[in-house]
Write a protein that binds this ligand. Structure first.
Ligand code: SAM
Length: 218
């Protein structure tokens, strides 16, 4: 498939303004802001909707799913404290935008999506843009045991609880960020794996995500 993407002064300007807005909203990590300013978010939208791409809003991407709000992407990424070379498991590839932000930070990313149509689009679009994560199709609520342990795990869909299998696949010293709650709202939670079977949880702000579909659904 041939893609025609252009990133000119209009999009670059809008992206810079979005980055400044996220800084005003409390995103402090300069590396995260740099990544937001770099990744062309409009490439994840049909050209008809490019004007929406740099608003701080979630937007439908098909299959009943959404590209996350830029603030949410920056917020989750900031909580992960990504270091270059970190091995990151991302559950819910969606559009692939969050994946590109993680790759910009120097992570090695394993990303899994359960919607085939979204998976098929990202396996084409991301490499075309120059981003090369490892792509998987399936139920990410069980993680990807074959490549564990992970330094960081990010879940981009709301879960009723933190899945045990994900805790197991986190490296000691690793951090998971996951929205936990009911179908109406979730608290952003970080889990630090202090030692095998020893975890420290911290609860942050309230968000609203599409559901993590798995055995334990809402
Ligand atoms: N960060 C992504 C983005 O900005 O495009 C977020 C996409 S959306 C908020 C969450 C994604 O999680 C959806 O694409 C959905 O299909 C996916 N998802 C839900 N449950 C899943 C599961 N059990 N395994 C893998 N992906 C799942």
């Amino acid at each position: 498939m041939a893609y025609k993407f252009t990133d000119n002064y209009r999009e670059k300007g809008a992206r810079k303004r979005l980055t400044e807005l996220l800084k005003k909203k409390g995103i402090e990590d300069e590396q995260v802001l740099k990544a937001i300013n770099k990744v062309p978010r409009h490439y994840f939208f049909d050209e008809t909707f490019w004007a929406q791409a740099y608003k701080d809003i979630a937007f439908p991407i098909g299959a009943g799913q959404t590209i996350s709000q830029p603030y949410t992407v920056a917020y989750q990424t900031q909580l992960l404290h990504i270091k270059r070379g970190d091995k990151v498991l991302e559950i819910g590839t969606g559009s692939g935008y969050q994946t590109c932000i993680l790759l910009e930070l120097g992570a090695k990313v394993y990303t899994i999506e359960r919607q085939q149509a979204l998976y098929e689009r990202t396996v084409q679009v991301l490499p075309y843009m120059g981003y090369k994560p490892e792509f998987f199709l399936g139920d990410g609520s069980k993680g990807i045991a074959d490549h564990a342990p992970y330094d960081k795990i990010i879940v981009t869909a709301g879960a009723p609880t933190v899945p045990d299998l994900l805790l197991k696949q986190l490296a000691v010293g690793g951090i998971m960020v996951i929205p936990v709650g009911n179908e109406h709202e979730q608290k952003m939670v970080t889990v630090l794996k202090v030692a095998e079977n020893d975890y420290e949880r911290v609860m942050f702000d309230t968000f609203r995500f599409v559901p993590l579909v798995g055995d334990k659904a809402w």
